[in-house]
Design a protein around this ligand. Structure first.
Ligand SMILES: [Zn+2]
Length: 133
């Protein structure tokens, strides 16, 4: 039988309880300490870890970048965060671009100032991450 973790909303204490899958949701769970039925199941850690994983997946989804080209500061912050989460050393050009974005320059201005970047920052801001750097 699986062990569920509950917290009592009346006495604020935590307790564990074994509930058969067939009983889960059927049976009223009662606090072991004060017999209150005013209890809530605690959020389990595995779920939290999974939602972090899907947050990372969202980063690699190009559609999550839509609209950011109009907001260079947000784009710069996002790029910095992304490089942090990847844990990879980024080239100096990358830092330069992020700094410029965070100071409010548009990708078009940066491209003009840094012609060596080519098309990397043009239509799709994600291209540079995988290939060209
Ligand atoms: Zn209680």
């Amino acid at each position: 039988m699986p062990l569920y973790e509950y917290r009592c909303l009346d006495c604020k204490r935590k307790f564990d309880i074994f509930i058969a899958y067939s009983d889960y949701g059927q049976k009223t769970v009662i606090c072991k300490h004060c017999q209150s039925a005013n209890v809530t199941r605690r959020i389990n850690r595995i779920r939290i870890a999974k939602s972090e994983e899907s947050r990372l997946e969202n980063f690699s989804d190009p559609s999550s970048l839509e609209g950011l080209e109009d907001d260079p500061v947000a784009l710069g912050k996002m790029m910095r965060k992304m490089s942090g989460e990847l844990g990879e050393e980024m080239p100096a050009e990358f830092d330069e671009v992020v700094n410029r974005l965070e100071s409010g320059q548009s990708p078009d201005d940066i491209e003009r100032d840094m012609p060596e970047l080519g098309d990397d920052l043009g239509g799709s801001a994600t291209d540079g991450f995988d290939d060209d750097f």
